[in-house]
Ligand binder design. Structure first.
Ligand code: GUN
Ligand code: ZN
Length: 440
């Protein structure tokens, strides 16, 4: 079997950096290499040492670029690839005007398959190798999502949304069909290869209490599945939720009452939280998913990262395309930096790059497989070019430290900085070129 030797500057995190000077938190090798075989990282270290491990390996020289673990996006909507950049509304209008109509198109399996292909092309072009994603209400959309991920050997997590009210008829399931279809998808996909299932009640507004009961029953039956939904994104959404669930103590209580909270639960946005909700997040180990470009775009509000972290809550970070305005986790960090600035908080570059790799992996409980370059883990790797644009190259002339370089990528980087993405050891630039005509 052919082995591949990737040469470049290697950067991988061991733990969350406590501050800009915490060099113990990461491995950085100036002339480094990764030995990749059979989809796994078989060696990591100084180039001469790793090269000697496999003299016959095919060498790919990525110098002077950085080799990092592929990025992880913990909240994204697969059926919204053609919704991104839809103009002029806040959450509920945006959903009704643009998003719901677009998602009805995913009833057509051919459309879903074509969009799944386009979706993964975008993810890998932006350096993302794993995502936790919402599909549409249609079971076939989730099949398309998982089939295409399987073809590319990507570690993807997703689920069909359960929604049985407050949306167009064509997008509604029922408490029973939502349960049955989710169960069938779990049986078909959860744990198949690199796929994992996420039980996905869209949000409290689009589910009846009966449907949330059924979602809770699935969580009880399949405790190793993920759960994903939305929480406290927008003031009108919160008011509407409270009117639909008048007995709930607060928004989060709706999910808590139905057995949906635990360490495998991801709650998109989690912006306007009450003290009791923060207590409940800390107690249950559920993860807020911070979606900076989306929160600015829809005017939703400012996520209080430090406030939640101080309570021991582990926040993940995500794009939320199509309300999010970029697939790039680098651009996501850029906007995150600014949202935290507005609140007197700081996102230093080492913590930022830990967050989109090992940090998100740890929130998912997958840090032993992804978000790291340790030997024995999956060879999902991104190759980063800090001088991808003229403006970046100019700035980089004055950058002296690794942290400064990372900050240039964090603020100015996007897909142009992704020189290559490897999924389970396979370079995706080639995969897309081969597949594109077939699927056009
Ligand atoms: N809340 C319920 N559905 C959605 C969605 O598709 N996008 C966002 N941003 N919020 C939601
Ligand atoms: Zn969302």
């Amino acid at each position: 079997m052919t082995k591949t030797l990737l040469r470049g500057r290697v950067l991988s995190f061991r733990s969350e950096p406590a501050g800009p000077d915490d060099a113990d938190a990461y491995l950085y090798i100036e002339d480094g290499a990764l030995l990749v075989a059979d989809g796994l990282i078989e060696g990591v270290g100084e180039f001469p040492t790793v090269a000697a491990q496999a003299p016959d390996a095919v060498l790919i020289d990525h110098r002077p670029h950085l080799l990092m673990p592929g990025f992880i996006d913990t909240h994204i909507h697969f059926p919204q690839v053609q919704v991104i950049a839809s103009w002029g509304a806040q959450l509920l209008d945006w959903l009704n005007t643009y998003t719901f109509p677009e998602e009805t198109r995913f009833a057509d399996p051919d459309h879903a398959r074509a969009m799944a292909c386009a979706f993964y092309d975008q993810l890998t072009a932006h350096g993302t190798t794993t995502a936790l994603a919402f599909c549409s209400v249609h079971r076939s959309s989730a099949d398309a999502f998982f089939e295409e991920a399987e073809r590319r050997n990507m570690a993807m997590i997703g689920g069909k949304v359960m929604m049985d009210r407050n949306a167009p008829e064509a997008l509604l399931d029922t408490a029973q069909t939502g349960y049955d279809d989710s169960k069938a998808l779990i049986d078909a996909w959860h744990g198949k290869g690199r796929a994992r299932y996420a039980i996905t009640p869209r949000f409290a507004i689009t589910s009846t209490p009966e449907q949330l009961d059924m979602a809770g029953a699935l969580v009880a039956e399949y405790p190793d599945c993920f759960v994903q939904t939305h929480l406290s994104e927008n003031r009108d959404e919160i008011a509407f939720t409270k009117s639909l669930y008048p007995k709930a103590r607060d928004y989060l209580d709706v999910y808590q009452n139905h057995g949906l909270l635990g360490p495998r639960t991801f709650l998109g946005h989690s912006i306007h939280l009450e003290p009791r909700e923060i207590d409940a997040l800390a107690e249950t180990g559920a993860h807020p998913a911070f979606c900076p470009t989306s929160n600015l775009y829809l005017g939703s509000g400012l996520f209080d990262d430090a406030g939640l972290r101080d309570r021991g809550i582990s926040n993940s970070i995500a794009t939320d395309v199509g309300a999010g305005t970029s697939y790039s986790m680098l651009q996501t960090l850029n906007e995150a930096y600014k949202i935290l600035q507005l609140q007197g908080q700081i996102l230093h570059p080492l913590r930022a790059f830990h967050w989109i790799t090992r940090g998100n992996a740890a929130a998912l409980g997958m840090q032993d497989r992804i978000g790291t370059l340790e030997v024995g883990t999956d060879a999902d790797i991104v190759v980063l070019d800090s001088r991808a644009t003229g403006a970046m190259a100019l700035r980089m002339e004055r950058a002296e430290t690794l942290a400064e370089e990372l900050f240039v990528l964090q603020i100015m980087g996007d897909d142009r900085s992704i020189a290559e993405t490897y999924v389970a050891g396979v370079a995706q630039s080639n995969v897309s070129q081969i597949r594109a005509p077939e699927n056009a």
